[in-house]
Design a protein around this ligand. Structure first.
Ligand code: ZN
Length: 114
C-alpha cells in the first residue's frame, strides 16, 4: 500500500519534472513528448525557443527603458510643478506679510493722527 503510494508519488514528481511544459512563445504550441523536432526548436512553427526568448527579452528591456524614461520625465515635471507651486505659495505669503505690515503701519499712522 505504502509502496504503491510512494511509487505513484515518485511517478507524479518525476512526471511533473519531465512534463515541464515548453510552450512556444511565438505560436503558443505546447511541446509534446512525442514531438520529434530537436528540443531547442518548436515542432510546429520551427522557431528556435532561445531566439524568440532573446527577442522577447530585448523587447521587454526596451519597453522597461521607455517606461523608466517616461517615469523620470513625469517625476521631473511633477517636481517642476511643485517648485512652481512653492514659489506661488511663497509669493502669496510674502504678499500677505507685506499687506499685514502695511495694515500695522496704517493703524499706527491712524493712531498717530488721533
Ligand atoms: Zn512555435
Amino acid at each position: 500500500m505504502v509502496d504503491v503510494f510512494l511509487l505513484r508519488f515518485t511517478h507524479l514528481m518525476y512526471g511533473s519534472l519531465q512534463m515541464e511544459t515548453i510552450r512556444c512563445k511565438k505560436c503558443g504550441y505546447v511541446r509534446e513528448e512525442t514531438d520529434s523536432a530537436p528540443d531547442y526548436e518548436c515542432p510546429k512553427c520551427g522557431v528556435v525557443y532561445a531566439k524568440v526568448e532573446a527577442r522577447l527579452k530585448h523587447q521587454e528591456e526596451v519597453r522597461l527603458q521607455a517606461e523608466a524614461q517616461l517615469q523620470q520625465k513625469m517625476l521631473e515635471e511633477k517636481e517642476s510643478v511643485e517648485a512652481q507651486l512653492r514659489q506661488i505659495a511663497l509669493a502669496k505669503k510674502a504678499k500677505q506679510e507685506a499687506e499685514a505690515a502695511r495694515k500695522k503701519i496704517s493703524i499706527k499712522t491712524y493712531r498717530c493722527h488721533n
